[in-house]
Each structure stands twice: as C-alpha cells, then as structure tokens.
Design a protein around this ligand. Structure first.
Ligand SMILES: CC(C)(COP(=O)(O)OP(=O)(O)OC[C@H]1O[C@@H](n2cnc3c(N)ncnc32)[C@H](O)[C@@H]1OP(=O)(O)O)[C@@H](O)C(=O)NCCC(=O)NCCS
Length: 181
C-alpha cells in the first residue's frame, strides 16, 4: 500500500512487527485507546494485532496506516479504512492518536491523506465514520478532514451500563474539499 506523506511532515506507512511495543504502550497508557483498539494486553497480543493488519491488506478488506513523525520517527497514531465494500465502493474510517502527540494535527492530517488514498488508489466513493456525541475532538477531526455530518444514531453504542448516541459523518469522492479549509 506504499508510504504516504502529508504536507505537515507526517508519514503514513504500514504497521510493522517492530511497532508492537509502541502499540502496547498506547493501549496501556489510555483505557480509551485500549477500548477502541481491542484486546491488546501484552506483547503477543500486540504482534497479533499488527499481523492482522497485514492480513487485511492482503485480503483487500482494510488498510491501516501507522502515522509517524517523519520517515523514521515514532508512531504517533493510526488511521484506517475498514469494511471496504467493493459492491458499493464504501469504507469505514477510524483514527486514534497516542496521548502524548494529541493536538498536533496528527489525526486531521492522517485522515485527510487516508481519504485521498481511498478515493484515488482504492477507487472508493463513500467514506463513513461515527463518533460518540461526547467526543468533540473526534467530531473536529471529522469536520476538518471534510466529513459532513449526516445524522444522529441514537443509543448506538453501550459502554458498560451507559448508552451513547453516535453522530454519523461521511465524505464522498465527489465532495469539494480543499485541504487546509
Ligand atoms: C480524537 C483524536 C483522534 C484526535 O487526535 P489529534 O491527533 O489530537 O487530533 P488533531 O490534533 O489532528 O485535531 C484535533 C482537533 O480537535 C480539536 N479538539 C481537541 N479537543 C477538543 C475538544 N475537547 N473539543 C472540541 N475540539 C477539540 C482540536 O482543536 C483540533 O481541531 P483544530 O485543528 O480545528 O484546532 C484523539 O483525541 C484520540 O485518539 N482520541 C481517542 C480515540 C478516539 O476518540 N478516536 C476517534 C473515535 S471516533
């Protein structure tokens, strides 16, 4: 899937086995990330997570990119398209940033570059994402990456005993979007 650069100097590249420690650290330091990323409790889980990303790419079902600080820098986050649907040319976008790198534009830059990749290299037409309504940072990322609000999915998620409404955003290949706008 190649290596992609952003105008801000971040690099999107495939996850590698050597990233397992960084992934484990991200999950260990943030319960929120641990929940989003899934079961990564030790080094073996982390290597398994990375291996699954590679399998998904080979199958053409999902493409996850580690976002790094320059070509050789540390992993700052992840942007991914999953549920790649060739019947309707759709995909589901997700992103996370390690706590120490938040507020630097990692998720916005990564998601913009990922969307370009999805439209131009995968030939997708419609990209969707959703965020809990109590996650304003995720909403800001979506809007800054050109994903328009489409509506509210009531009580879609349940974390423990608490249900959450989810706001749905989407961006189409035909939408007008100017990076930096
Ligand atoms: C959401 C998340 C990915 C943002 O990552 P990030 O790299 O810090 O994001 P960026 O720096 O690219 O941009 C963050 C934007 O959100 C804004 N923001 C941050 N916290 C905010 C808040 N509490 N309320 C409103 N906006 C907020 C920032 O100002 C920025 O917008 P701006 O560029 O217009 O100023 C990160 O907080 C994260 O990983 N959270 C946990 C996982 C998660 O929620 N993922 C999304 C699941 S839907």
């Amino acid at each position: 899937m190649g290596t992609l650069s952003t105008p801000e100097g971040f690099v999107l590249r495939e996850w590698r086995e050597g990233d397992a420690a960084a992934l484990l650290e991200a999950c260990s330091s943030s319960p929120e990330l641990a929940r989003q990323i899934g079961r990564v409790r030790d080094a073996s889980d982390a290597r398994e997570w990375v291996a699954r990303r590679t399998e998904h790419v080979a199958a053409g079902t999902a493409y996850a990119f580690a976002v790094t600080d320059g070509r050789a820098g540390p992993v700052l986050g992840n942007v991914a398209v999953s549920a790649v649907d060739r019947a309707h040319d759709g995909g589901w976008i997700s992103y996370w940033t390690v706590e120490a790198a938040r507020g630097r534009g990692v998720a916005v830059a990564g998601t913009r570059r990922l969307a370009d990749f999805c439209f131009t290299e995968l030939g997708l037409h419609r990209l969707e994402l959703g965020h809990r309504t109590n996650n304003p940072a995720s909403c800001a990322v979506a809007l800054r990456a050109g994903f328009a609000v489409e509506g509210l999915e009531r009580d879609k998620l349940r974390y423990g005993d608490v249900r959450h409404d989810v706001e749905r955003h989407a961006r189409l290949a035909t939408d007008t979007f100017v990076n930096g706008g």
